[in-house]
Write a protein that binds this ligand. Sequence first.
Ligand SMILES: Cc1cc2nc3c(=O)[nH]c(=O)nc-3n(C[C@H](O)[C@H](O)[C@H](O)COP(=O)(O)OP(=O)(O)OC[C@H]3O[C@@H](n4cnc5c(N)ncnc54)[C@H](O)[C@@H]3O)c2cc1C
Length: 515
Amino acid sequence: MNRKDSIIKLNKVLQWDVVIIGGGASGLGIALDASKRGYKTLLLEKYDFAKGTSSRSTKLIHGGVRYLQNGDITLVIESLKERGILKRNAPHLVQDLSFVIPTYDWWASPFYGIGMKIYDMMAGKLGLGKSEIISKEETEKLIPNISKKGLRGGVIYHDGQFDDSRMAITLALSADSKKTTLLNYCNVEGLIKKDGEIMGLNFTDLINSKKYQIKSKVVINATGVFAEEIIRMDQPKIEKMIQPSQGVHIVLERRFLKSKHAILIPQTSDGRVLFAVPWKNYVVVGTTDTHVKKASEEPKALNEEIDFILKNAAKYMSVKPKRDDIKSVFAGLRPLAATSNKQSTKEVSRSHKIDISPSGLISVLGGKWTTYRKIAEDALNTAISINKLKKKKCKTERTKLFGFKRNVSWSDPMHVYGSMKKKVESLGGVNDNKSLSKKFYISNNIIEWSIIHEMALTVEDILARRTRCVFLDSKESKRIAPVVAQKMADVLGEDDKWIDAELKKFNKLIKNYIV
Ligand SMILES: Cc1cc2nc3c(=O)[nH]c(=O)nc-3n(C[C@H](O)[C@H](O)[C@H](O)COP(=O)(O)OP(=O)(O)OC[C@H]3O[C@@H](n4cnc5c(N)ncnc54)[C@H](O)[C@@H]3O)c2cc1C
Protein backbone atom coordinates (compact mmCIF):
# COMPACT_ATOMS: atom_id res chain seq x y z
CA MET A 1 0.00 0.00 0.00
CA ASN A 2 1.61 3.15 -1.16
CA ARG A 3 -0.17 6.49 -1.32
CA LYS A 4 1.77 7.86 -4.30
CA ASP A 5 0.94 4.76 -6.39
CA SER A 6 -2.72 5.02 -5.33
CA ILE A 7 -2.90 8.64 -6.56
CA ILE A 8 -1.34 7.64 -9.91
CA LYS A 9 -3.95 4.84 -10.28
CA LEU A 10 -6.72 7.24 -9.25
CA ASN A 11 -5.81 9.67 -12.02
CA LYS A 12 -5.79 6.93 -14.68
CA VAL A 13 -9.24 5.43 -14.08
CA LEU A 14 -12.17 7.14 -15.85
CA GLN A 15 -14.94 5.07 -14.28
CA TRP A 16 -14.79 2.73 -11.29
CA ASP A 17 -17.01 -0.31 -10.81
CA VAL A 18 -17.25 0.20 -7.05
CA VAL A 19 -16.39 3.20 -4.87
CA ILE A 20 -16.52 2.63 -1.11
CA ILE A 21 -16.80 5.46 1.41
CA GLY A 22 -15.21 4.50 4.76
CA GLY A 23 -12.16 2.44 5.64
CA GLY A 24 -13.32 0.52 8.71
CA ALA A 25 -14.16 -3.19 9.00
CA SER A 26 -17.15 -2.95 6.64
CA GLY A 27 -15.52 -0.78 3.95
CA LEU A 28 -12.24 -2.71 3.90
CA GLY A 29 -14.16 -6.01 3.85
CA ILE A 30 -16.13 -4.77 0.82
CA ALA A 31 -12.89 -3.62 -0.88
CA LEU A 32 -11.39 -7.09 -0.43
CA ASP A 33 -14.52 -8.89 -1.65
CA ALA A 34 -14.91 -6.54 -4.66
CA SER A 35 -11.27 -6.96 -5.66
CA LYS A 36 -11.51 -10.77 -5.46
CA ARG A 37 -14.63 -10.71 -7.67
CA GLY A 38 -12.61 -8.63 -10.18
CA TYR A 39 -14.35 -5.25 -9.87
CA LYS A 40 -12.26 -2.09 -10.31
CA THR A 41 -12.54 -0.68 -6.81
CA LEU A 42 -11.69 2.55 -4.97
CA LEU A 43 -11.93 3.02 -1.19
CA LEU A 44 -11.81 6.49 0.40
CA GLU A 45 -11.26 7.00 4.12
CA LYS A 46 -11.56 10.44 5.74
CA TYR A 47 -8.93 9.84 8.42
CA ASP A 48 -6.81 6.70 8.73
CA PHE A 49 -7.97 3.11 8.14
CA ALA A 50 -9.83 1.91 11.27
CA LYS A 51 -9.72 5.37 12.88
CA GLY A 52 -13.42 4.92 13.75
CA THR A 53 -15.13 2.17 15.71
CA SER A 54 -13.02 -0.53 14.07
CA SER A 55 -9.98 0.16 16.29
CA ARG A 56 -12.04 0.56 19.46
CA SER A 57 -13.72 -2.84 19.88
CA THR A 58 -13.40 -5.40 22.71
CA LYS A 59 -11.09 -7.32 20.30
CA LEU A 60 -13.34 -10.38 20.18
CA ILE A 61 -14.24 -12.50 17.18
CA HIS A 62 -17.28 -13.99 18.78
CA GLY A 63 -20.72 -15.43 18.33
CA GLY A 64 -21.96 -13.10 21.04
CA VAL A 65 -23.09 -14.92 24.16
CA ARG A 66 -25.17 -11.88 25.09
CA TYR A 67 -27.19 -12.02 21.89
CA LEU A 68 -28.15 -15.57 22.87
CA GLN A 69 -29.63 -14.11 26.08
CA ASN A 70 -31.56 -11.61 23.89
CA GLY A 71 -32.84 -14.46 21.70
CA ASP A 72 -31.05 -13.14 18.57
CA ILE A 73 -30.39 -16.70 17.35
CA THR A 74 -29.83 -15.84 13.65
CA LEU A 75 -27.13 -13.32 14.55
CA VAL A 76 -25.39 -15.83 16.85
CA ILE A 77 -25.40 -18.59 14.20
CA GLU A 78 -24.13 -16.19 11.52
CA SER A 79 -21.41 -14.81 13.84
CA LEU A 80 -20.25 -18.25 14.93
CA LYS A 81 -19.90 -19.30 11.29
CA GLU A 82 -17.94 -16.12 10.46
CA ARG A 83 -15.77 -16.62 13.57
CA GLY A 84 -14.73 -20.02 12.20
CA ILE A 85 -14.11 -18.68 8.68
CA LEU A 86 -11.99 -15.81 9.98
CA LYS A 87 -9.90 -18.08 12.19
CA ARG A 88 -9.35 -20.39 9.21
CA ASN A 89 -8.38 -17.53 6.83
CA ALA A 90 -6.26 -15.50 9.26
CA PRO A 91 -4.78 -17.92 11.82
CA HIS A 92 -1.98 -15.40 12.53
CA LEU A 93 -4.51 -12.81 13.72
CA VAL A 94 -7.33 -14.71 15.42
CA GLN A 95 -6.62 -16.86 18.43
CA ASP A 96 -8.78 -19.18 20.50
CA LEU A 97 -9.37 -17.67 23.93
CA SER A 98 -11.05 -19.38 26.85
CA PHE A 99 -13.47 -17.41 28.98
CA VAL A 100 -14.47 -18.19 32.55
CA ILE A 101 -17.91 -17.17 33.80
CA PRO A 102 -17.59 -17.14 37.62
CA THR A 103 -20.83 -18.10 39.35
CA TYR A 104 -22.07 -16.92 42.75
CA ASP A 105 -25.65 -18.34 42.79
CA TRP A 106 -26.74 -22.01 43.04
CA TRP A 107 -28.58 -21.87 39.72
CA ALA A 108 -25.92 -19.99 37.75
CA SER A 109 -23.52 -22.82 36.76
CA PRO A 110 -26.23 -25.12 35.32
CA PHE A 111 -27.97 -22.11 33.70
CA TYR A 112 -24.87 -20.74 31.93
CA GLY A 113 -23.53 -24.30 31.41
CA ILE A 114 -26.61 -25.23 29.34
CA GLY A 115 -26.46 -21.89 27.49
CA MET A 116 -22.84 -22.48 26.53
CA LYS A 117 -23.59 -26.04 25.35
CA ILE A 118 -26.19 -24.56 22.98
CA TYR A 119 -23.55 -22.02 21.88
CA ASP A 120 -21.11 -24.92 21.14
CA MET A 121 -23.79 -26.78 19.17
CA MET A 122 -24.60 -23.68 17.11
CA ALA A 123 -20.93 -23.36 16.09
CA GLY A 124 -21.02 -26.93 14.71
CA LYS A 125 -17.90 -27.98 12.78
CA LEU A 126 -16.38 -24.49 13.10
CA GLY A 127 -16.45 -24.67 16.93
CA LEU A 128 -13.26 -23.71 18.82
CA GLY A 129 -13.48 -25.89 21.92
CA LYS A 130 -16.04 -27.49 24.23
CA SER A 131 -17.55 -25.58 27.13
CA GLU A 132 -17.61 -27.11 30.61
CA ILE A 133 -19.01 -26.50 34.07
CA ILE A 134 -16.10 -26.22 36.50
CA SER A 135 -15.84 -26.44 40.30
CA LYS A 136 -15.06 -23.60 42.72
CA GLU A 137 -11.49 -24.93 43.11
CA GLU A 138 -10.91 -25.10 39.33
CA THR A 139 -12.31 -21.58 38.90
CA GLU A 140 -9.88 -20.28 41.54
CA LYS A 141 -7.01 -22.15 39.88
CA LEU A 142 -7.78 -20.72 36.44
CA ILE A 143 -8.40 -17.15 37.70
CA PRO A 144 -6.32 -16.77 40.88
CA ASN A 145 -7.42 -13.11 41.22
CA ILE A 146 -11.14 -13.88 41.18
CA SER A 147 -13.13 -12.58 44.11
CA LYS A 148 -13.65 -15.64 46.32
CA LYS A 149 -16.46 -14.36 48.55
CA GLY A 150 -19.56 -16.41 47.76
CA LEU A 151 -17.92 -18.09 44.72
CA ARG A 152 -19.66 -21.40 43.88
CA GLY A 153 -17.95 -22.41 40.63
CA GLY A 154 -17.85 -21.41 37.02
CA VAL A 155 -18.35 -22.22 33.37
CA ILE A 156 -15.54 -22.20 30.80
CA TYR A 157 -16.17 -21.62 27.09
CA HIS A 158 -14.25 -20.57 23.96
CA ASP A 159 -14.35 -17.61 21.56
CA GLY A 160 -11.90 -15.78 19.29
CA GLN A 161 -9.65 -12.82 20.02
CA PHE A 162 -7.88 -10.48 17.58
CA ASP A 163 -6.18 -7.14 17.08
CA ASP A 164 -8.85 -5.04 15.38
CA SER A 165 -6.80 -2.34 13.63
CA ARG A 166 -4.12 -4.85 12.56
CA MET A 167 -6.94 -6.89 11.03
CA ALA A 168 -8.15 -3.76 9.21
CA ILE A 169 -4.67 -3.12 7.76
CA THR A 170 -4.46 -6.81 6.83
CA LEU A 171 -7.76 -6.59 4.92
CA ALA A 172 -6.42 -3.56 3.04
CA LEU A 173 -3.22 -5.41 2.20
CA SER A 174 -5.19 -8.51 1.14
CA ALA A 175 -7.17 -6.69 -1.56
CA ASP A 176 -5.85 -7.35 -5.07
CA SER A 177 -3.55 -4.38 -5.72
CA LYS A 178 -4.18 -4.50 -9.50
CA LYS A 179 -7.92 -4.07 -9.00
CA THR A 180 -8.06 -1.95 -5.84
CA THR A 181 -7.00 1.56 -4.92
CA LEU A 182 -7.15 2.56 -1.27
CA LEU A 183 -6.66 6.08 0.04
CA ASN A 184 -6.67 7.35 3.61
CA TYR A 185 -7.17 11.04 4.50
CA CYS A 186 -9.73 11.59 1.72
CA ASN A 187 -13.02 13.18 2.73
CA VAL A 188 -16.13 12.45 0.66
CA GLU A 189 -18.12 15.70 0.47
CA GLY A 190 -20.90 15.12 -2.03
CA LEU A 191 -22.61 12.66 -4.37
CA ILE A 192 -22.97 13.25 -8.09
CA LYS A 193 -26.36 12.39 -9.61
CA LYS A 194 -27.63 12.25 -13.19
CA ASP A 195 -31.33 11.67 -13.94
CA GLY A 196 -31.91 10.80 -10.29
CA GLU A 197 -29.20 8.08 -10.27
CA ILE A 198 -25.93 8.27 -8.36
CA MET A 199 -23.05 8.38 -10.88
CA GLY A 200 -20.09 9.22 -8.66
CA LEU A 201 -18.87 11.52 -5.92
CA ASN A 202 -16.73 14.49 -4.91
CA PHE A 203 -13.92 14.23 -2.44
CA THR A 204 -10.95 16.20 -1.12
CA ASP A 205 -7.51 14.75 -0.51
CA LEU A 206 -6.88 16.21 2.95
CA ILE A 207 -3.10 15.88 2.59
CA ASN A 208 -2.85 18.50 -0.19
CA SER A 209 -6.44 19.90 -0.30
CA LYS A 210 -6.83 18.74 -3.91
CA LYS A 211 -10.44 18.21 -4.99
CA TYR A 212 -11.59 15.29 -7.14
CA GLN A 213 -14.76 14.28 -9.00
CA ILE A 214 -14.98 10.59 -9.82
CA LYS A 215 -17.42 8.34 -11.65
CA SER A 216 -18.55 4.92 -10.48
CA LYS A 217 -21.16 2.28 -11.38
CA VAL A 218 -21.99 1.93 -7.70
CA VAL A 219 -21.24 3.90 -4.52
CA ILE A 220 -21.25 2.03 -1.21
CA ASN A 221 -21.56 3.97 2.02
CA ALA A 222 -19.67 2.11 4.77
CA THR A 223 -19.14 5.01 7.16
CA GLY A 224 -20.43 3.29 10.31
CA VAL A 225 -21.85 5.78 12.74
CA PHE A 226 -21.58 8.52 10.05
CA ALA A 227 -23.68 6.60 7.48
CA GLU A 228 -26.63 8.92 7.98
CA GLU A 229 -24.51 11.97 7.00
CA ILE A 230 -23.75 10.36 3.63
CA ILE A 231 -27.39 9.28 3.14
CA ARG A 232 -28.42 12.91 3.76
CA MET A 233 -26.18 13.99 0.86
CA ASP A 234 -28.56 11.90 -1.24
CA GLN A 235 -31.86 12.36 0.63
CA PRO A 236 -31.67 15.48 2.85
CA LYS A 237 -35.09 14.88 4.44
CA ILE A 238 -34.81 11.32 5.76
CA GLU A 239 -35.77 10.43 9.33
CA LYS A 240 -33.14 9.51 11.90
CA MET A 241 -31.71 6.09 10.97
CA ILE A 242 -28.71 5.65 13.30
CA GLN A 243 -28.52 5.87 17.05
CA PRO A 244 -24.88 6.11 18.24
CA SER A 245 -24.20 4.18 21.44
CA GLN A 246 -20.85 4.65 23.17
CA GLY A 247 -18.82 1.77 24.58
CA VAL A 248 -15.81 2.46 26.81
CA HIS A 249 -12.94 0.15 27.80
CA ILE A 250 -10.24 0.67 30.40
CA VAL A 251 -6.83 -1.01 30.15
CA LEU A 252 -5.03 -2.32 33.23
CA GLU A 253 -1.76 -4.09 33.97
CA ARG A 254 -1.86 -7.90 33.88
CA ARG A 255 -1.49 -8.13 37.68
CA PHE A 256 -5.24 -7.47 37.91
CA LEU A 257 -5.94 -10.71 36.02
CA LYS A 258 -3.10 -13.12 36.62
CA SER A 259 -4.47 -15.53 34.06
CA LYS A 260 -4.36 -16.42 30.39
CA HIS A 261 -8.16 -16.82 30.52
CA ALA A 262 -10.65 -13.99 30.13
CA ILE A 263 -13.53 -13.34 32.53
CA LEU A 264 -17.10 -12.80 31.42
CA ILE A 265 -19.30 -11.19 34.03
CA PRO A 266 -22.79 -12.07 32.83
CA GLN A 267 -24.82 -9.47 34.72
CA THR A 268 -23.57 -5.97 35.61
CA SER A 269 -25.58 -3.47 37.65
CA ASP A 270 -27.23 -2.24 34.42
CA GLY A 271 -27.95 -5.76 33.15
CA ARG A 272 -25.07 -5.91 30.62
CA VAL A 273 -22.14 -8.29 30.29
CA LEU A 274 -18.64 -7.12 31.22
CA PHE A 275 -15.43 -8.61 29.88
CA ALA A 276 -11.94 -8.61 31.40
CA VAL A 277 -9.74 -9.87 28.58
CA PRO A 278 -5.97 -10.45 28.59
CA TRP A 279 -4.55 -8.62 25.56
CA LYS A 280 -0.87 -8.09 24.69
CA ASN A 281 0.46 -8.14 28.30
CA TYR A 282 -2.40 -5.95 29.52
CA VAL A 283 -6.06 -6.49 30.45
CA VAL A 284 -8.91 -4.81 28.57
CA VAL A 285 -12.03 -4.31 30.70
CA GLY A 286 -15.38 -3.15 29.30
CA THR A 287 -17.74 -2.11 28.07
CA THR A 288 -20.54 0.43 28.55
CA ASP A 289 -23.61 1.29 26.50
CA THR A 290 -24.25 5.03 26.63
CA HIS A 291 -26.67 6.85 24.39
CA VAL A 292 -24.87 9.78 22.68
CA LYS A 293 -26.54 12.52 20.68
CA LYS A 294 -23.89 13.21 18.06
CA ALA A 295 -21.22 11.00 16.51
CA SER A 296 -17.61 12.18 16.69
CA GLU A 297 -14.45 10.72 15.18
CA GLU A 298 -12.71 10.93 18.56
CA PRO A 299 -15.34 10.02 21.17
CA LYS A 300 -14.41 10.63 24.82
CA ALA A 301 -15.01 8.33 27.78
CA LEU A 302 -17.27 9.88 30.41
CA ASN A 303 -16.21 9.84 34.06
CA GLU A 304 -19.35 7.90 35.00
CA GLU A 305 -18.51 5.22 32.39
CA ILE A 306 -15.02 4.79 33.86
CA ASP A 307 -16.45 4.60 37.40
CA PHE A 308 -19.07 2.07 36.26
CA ILE A 309 -16.40 -0.25 34.82
CA LEU A 310 -14.16 0.10 37.88
CA LYS A 311 -17.07 -0.58 40.26
CA ASN A 312 -18.28 -3.67 38.42
CA ALA A 313 -14.77 -5.06 37.83
CA ALA A 314 -13.93 -4.58 41.52
CA LYS A 315 -16.80 -6.91 42.48
CA TYR A 316 -15.02 -9.79 40.73
CA MET A 317 -11.31 -8.95 41.06
CA SER A 318 -9.56 -9.62 44.37
CA VAL A 319 -7.08 -6.78 43.63
CA LYS A 320 -9.49 -3.87 43.12
CA PRO A 321 -8.48 -1.49 40.30
CA LYS A 322 -8.62 2.26 40.95
CA ARG A 323 -8.53 5.25 38.59
CA ASP A 324 -4.75 5.63 39.07
CA ASP A 325 -4.26 2.05 37.85
CA ILE A 326 -5.76 2.76 34.44
CA LYS A 327 -3.09 2.68 31.74
CA SER A 328 -5.39 3.78 28.94
CA VAL A 329 -9.06 4.39 28.26
CA PHE A 330 -10.79 4.34 24.88
CA ALA A 331 -14.29 4.92 23.60
CA GLY A 332 -16.01 3.67 20.44
CA LEU A 333 -19.40 4.29 18.89
CA ARG A 334 -21.81 1.55 17.85
CA PRO A 335 -23.77 2.46 14.77
CA LEU A 336 -27.03 1.01 16.01
CA ALA A 337 -30.19 1.22 13.96
CA ALA A 338 -32.47 3.90 15.45
CA THR A 339 -35.76 2.57 16.78
CA SER A 340 -38.91 4.55 17.23
CA ASN A 341 -39.94 2.96 20.55
CA LYS A 342 -38.29 3.32 23.95
CA GLN A 343 -36.00 0.29 23.52
CA SER A 344 -32.69 0.69 25.39
CA THR A 345 -29.52 0.65 23.24
CA LYS A 346 -28.36 -2.66 24.72
CA GLU A 347 -31.48 -4.33 23.31
CA VAL A 348 -31.06 -3.05 19.76
CA SER A 349 -29.90 -5.89 17.50
CA ARG A 350 -26.25 -5.86 16.41
CA SER A 351 -27.11 -7.51 13.09
CA HIS A 352 -26.43 -5.47 9.96
CA LYS A 353 -28.80 -4.09 7.34
CA ILE A 354 -28.11 -3.09 3.75
CA ASP A 355 -30.12 -0.04 2.69
CA ILE A 356 -30.74 0.91 -0.97
CA SER A 357 -31.82 4.49 -1.66
CA PRO A 358 -34.09 5.33 -4.65
CA SER A 359 -31.04 6.80 -6.42
CA GLY A 360 -29.03 3.59 -5.92
CA LEU A 361 -26.80 4.51 -2.98
CA ILE A 362 -26.04 1.35 -1.01
CA SER A 363 -25.49 1.86 2.72
CA VAL A 364 -24.29 -0.56 5.40
CA LEU A 365 -26.11 -0.03 8.68
CA GLY A 366 -24.90 -1.61 11.93
CA GLY A 367 -23.03 -4.90 12.15
CA LYS A 368 -20.09 -6.41 14.02
CA TRP A 369 -16.39 -6.81 13.30
CA THR A 370 -16.91 -10.59 13.41
CA THR A 371 -19.37 -10.46 10.52
CA TYR A 372 -17.47 -7.98 8.30
CA ARG A 373 -17.06 -10.64 5.54
CA LYS A 374 -20.78 -11.41 5.40
CA ILE A 375 -21.60 -7.67 5.44
CA ALA A 376 -19.31 -7.22 2.42
CA GLU A 377 -20.85 -10.17 0.58
CA ASP A 378 -24.37 -8.86 1.23
CA ALA A 379 -23.49 -5.30 0.14
CA LEU A 380 -22.01 -6.42 -3.20
CA ASN A 381 -24.79 -8.95 -3.84
CA THR A 382 -27.24 -6.09 -3.30
CA ALA A 383 -25.41 -4.00 -5.93
CA ILE A 384 -25.67 -6.95 -8.34
CA SER A 385 -29.37 -7.44 -7.55
CA ILE A 386 -30.17 -3.85 -8.64
CA ASN A 387 -28.12 -4.30 -11.85
CA LYS A 388 -25.35 -1.93 -10.83
CA LEU A 389 -22.67 -4.60 -11.29
CA LYS A 390 -22.15 -7.63 -13.50
CA LYS A 391 -22.91 -10.85 -11.61
CA LYS A 392 -19.78 -12.38 -10.09
CA LYS A 393 -19.57 -14.84 -7.19
CA CYS A 394 -18.17 -13.98 -3.77
CA LYS A 395 -14.84 -15.73 -3.10
CA THR A 396 -13.86 -14.55 0.36
CA GLU A 397 -15.03 -17.61 2.30
CA ARG A 398 -11.81 -19.30 1.22
CA THR A 399 -9.53 -16.25 0.73
CA LYS A 400 -6.46 -16.47 2.94
CA LEU A 401 -5.61 -13.06 4.36
CA PHE A 402 -2.29 -11.25 3.86
CA GLY A 403 0.53 -12.78 5.91
CA PHE A 404 -1.42 -16.04 6.40
CA LYS A 405 0.57 -18.26 8.78
CA ARG A 406 -0.45 -21.13 11.03
CA ASN A 407 0.95 -21.83 14.50
CA VAL A 408 2.31 -18.38 15.28
CA SER A 409 3.52 -17.73 18.81
CA TRP A 410 0.98 -15.46 20.52
CA SER A 411 3.58 -14.30 23.02
CA ASP A 412 5.63 -12.85 20.13
CA PRO A 413 4.36 -9.29 19.48
CA MET A 414 5.40 -9.71 15.82
CA HIS A 415 2.79 -12.45 15.23
CA VAL A 416 0.46 -9.85 13.71
CA TYR A 417 2.71 -9.76 10.63
CA GLY A 418 2.35 -13.54 10.11
CA SER A 419 4.57 -14.73 7.26
CA MET A 420 5.87 -11.15 6.74
CA LYS A 421 7.56 -11.04 10.18
CA LYS A 422 11.08 -11.73 8.85
CA LYS A 423 10.65 -9.12 6.10
CA VAL A 424 9.72 -6.49 8.69
CA GLU A 425 12.63 -7.48 10.92
CA SER A 426 15.16 -7.27 8.09
CA LEU A 427 13.69 -4.25 6.29
CA GLY A 428 16.26 -2.62 4.01
CA GLY A 429 18.87 -5.07 5.31
CA VAL A 430 18.87 -3.26 8.67
CA ASN A 431 18.27 -5.09 11.92
CA ASP A 432 16.80 -2.21 13.95
CA ASN A 433 14.38 -4.23 16.05
CA LYS A 434 15.16 -3.12 19.63
CA SER A 435 11.99 -1.97 21.34
CA LEU A 436 11.68 1.78 21.92
CA SER A 437 9.76 1.04 25.13
CA LYS A 438 9.96 -1.46 27.99
CA LYS A 439 6.16 -1.44 28.37
CA PHE A 440 5.16 -2.57 24.85
CA TYR A 441 6.91 -3.54 21.64
CA ILE A 442 7.58 -0.97 18.91
CA SER A 443 10.78 -0.80 16.86
CA ASN A 444 12.32 1.47 14.22
CA ASN A 445 11.79 -1.29 11.64
CA ILE A 446 8.06 -1.39 12.48
CA ILE A 447 7.81 2.41 12.07
CA GLU A 448 9.55 2.29 8.70
CA TRP A 449 7.49 -0.70 7.50
CA SER A 450 4.26 1.04 8.53
CA ILE A 451 5.20 4.09 6.45
CA ILE A 452 6.47 2.27 3.36
CA HIS A 453 3.99 -0.62 3.17
CA GLU A 454 0.98 0.31 5.31
CA MET A 455 0.31 3.96 4.38
CA ALA A 456 0.95 5.37 7.89
CA LEU A 457 1.26 9.15 7.63
CA THR A 458 1.07 10.50 11.18
CA VAL A 459 2.47 9.73 14.65
CA GLU A 460 -1.09 8.78 15.64
CA ASP A 461 -1.34 6.27 12.73
CA ILE A 462 1.80 4.52 14.01
CA LEU A 463 1.11 4.60 17.75
CA ALA A 464 -2.65 3.96 17.65
CA ARG A 465 -3.34 1.63 14.71
CA ARG A 466 -0.16 0.15 13.07
CA THR A 467 0.93 -0.63 16.63
CA ARG A 468 -1.46 -0.47 19.60
CA CYS A 469 0.65 1.59 22.01
CA VAL A 470 -1.97 4.34 22.55
CA PHE A 471 -4.60 1.77 23.49
CA LEU A 472 -2.28 -0.10 25.85
CA ASP A 473 -0.43 2.61 27.75
CA SER A 474 -1.26 6.20 26.93
CA LYS A 475 1.34 7.93 29.14
CA GLU A 476 4.12 5.72 27.82
CA SER A 477 2.95 6.47 24.26
CA LYS A 478 3.22 10.19 25.01
CA ARG A 479 6.72 9.64 26.37
CA ILE A 480 8.01 7.87 23.26
CA ALA A 481 6.12 10.02 20.69
CA PRO A 482 9.13 12.36 20.06
CA VAL A 483 11.35 9.37 19.18
CA VAL A 484 8.67 8.00 16.84
CA ALA A 485 8.21 11.43 15.20
CA GLN A 486 11.97 11.78 14.64
CA LYS A 487 12.18 8.32 13.00
CA MET A 488 9.14 9.13 10.84
CA ALA A 489 10.69 12.42 9.74
CA ASP A 490 13.89 10.58 8.74
CA VAL A 491 11.92 8.08 6.60
CA LEU A 492 9.57 10.66 5.09
CA GLY A 493 12.24 13.32 4.57
CA GLU A 494 10.39 15.81 6.78
CA ASP A 495 11.89 18.65 8.87
CA ASP A 496 11.70 19.86 12.50
CA LYS A 497 8.63 21.94 11.73
CA TRP A 498 6.78 18.77 10.70
CA ILE A 499 7.92 17.03 13.91
CA ASP A 500 6.65 19.93 16.07
CA ALA A 501 3.28 20.00 14.30
CA GLU A 502 2.87 16.21 14.60
CA LEU A 503 3.73 16.20 18.30
CA LYS A 504 1.34 19.08 18.99
CA LYS A 505 -1.50 17.13 17.33
CA PHE A 506 -0.57 13.89 19.08
CA ASN A 507 -0.28 15.48 22.54
CA LYS A 508 -3.77 16.93 22.12
CA LEU A 509 -5.20 13.55 21.03
CA ILE A 510 -3.54 11.47 23.76
CA LYS A 511 -5.39 13.44 26.47
CA ASN A 512 -8.50 11.44 25.50
CA TYR A 513 -6.74 8.18 26.41
CA ILE A 514 -5.16 9.28 29.70
CA VAL A 515 -7.20 9.05 32.92
C1 LIG B 1 -17.29 -0.53 22.33
C2 LIG B 1 -17.44 -1.47 21.17
C3 LIG B 1 -16.97 -2.77 21.28
C4 LIG B 1 -17.12 -3.64 20.20
N1 LIG B 1 -16.59 -4.89 20.30
C5 LIG B 1 -16.73 -5.75 19.28
C6 LIG B 1 -16.12 -7.03 19.35
O1 LIG B 1 -15.44 -7.36 20.31
N2 LIG B 1 -16.32 -7.86 18.31
C7 LIG B 1 -17.06 -7.51 17.22
O2 LIG B 1 -17.24 -8.35 16.33
N3 LIG B 1 -17.60 -6.28 17.09
C8 LIG B 1 -17.43 -5.40 18.08
N4 LIG B 1 -17.94 -4.13 17.98
C9 LIG B 1 -18.60 -3.73 16.72
C10 LIG B 1 -17.57 -3.36 15.65
O3 LIG B 1 -16.43 -2.73 16.20
C11 LIG B 1 -18.21 -2.45 14.61
O4 LIG B 1 -19.40 -3.03 14.18
C12 LIG B 1 -17.33 -2.22 13.40
O5 LIG B 1 -16.04 -1.83 13.77
C13 LIG B 1 -17.97 -1.17 12.50
O6 LIG B 1 -17.15 -1.00 11.37
P1 LIG B 1 -17.56 0.02 10.24
O7 LIG B 1 -16.58 -0.12 9.14
O8 LIG B 1 -18.99 -0.19 9.89
O9 LIG B 1 -17.47 1.46 10.92
P2 LIG B 1 -16.17 2.32 11.30
O10 LIG B 1 -15.07 1.49 11.83
O11 LIG B 1 -16.60 3.42 12.19
O12 LIG B 1 -15.67 2.90 9.92
C14 LIG B 1 -16.32 3.94 9.24
C15 LIG B 1 -15.25 4.82 8.63
O13 LIG B 1 -15.87 5.76 7.74
C16 LIG B 1 -15.07 6.92 7.75
N5 LIG B 1 -15.83 8.07 7.23
C17 LIG B 1 -16.86 8.71 7.82
N6 LIG B 1 -17.28 9.72 7.04
C18 LIG B 1 -16.52 9.72 5.92
C19 LIG B 1 -16.46 10.52 4.74
N7 LIG B 1 -17.29 11.56 4.57
N8 LIG B 1 -15.54 10.22 3.79
C20 LIG B 1 -14.68 9.18 3.94
N9 LIG B 1 -14.69 8.39 5.05
C21 LIG B 1 -15.60 8.65 6.02
C22 LIG B 1 -14.70 7.07 9.23
O14 LIG B 1 -13.57 7.90 9.41
C23 LIG B 1 -14.47 5.63 9.66
O15 LIG B 1 -13.12 5.25 9.64
C24 LIG B 1 -17.78 -3.21 19.03
C25 LIG B 1 -18.25 -1.90 18.92
C26 LIG B 1 -18.05 -1.03 19.98
C27 LIG B 1 -18.51 0.38 19.87
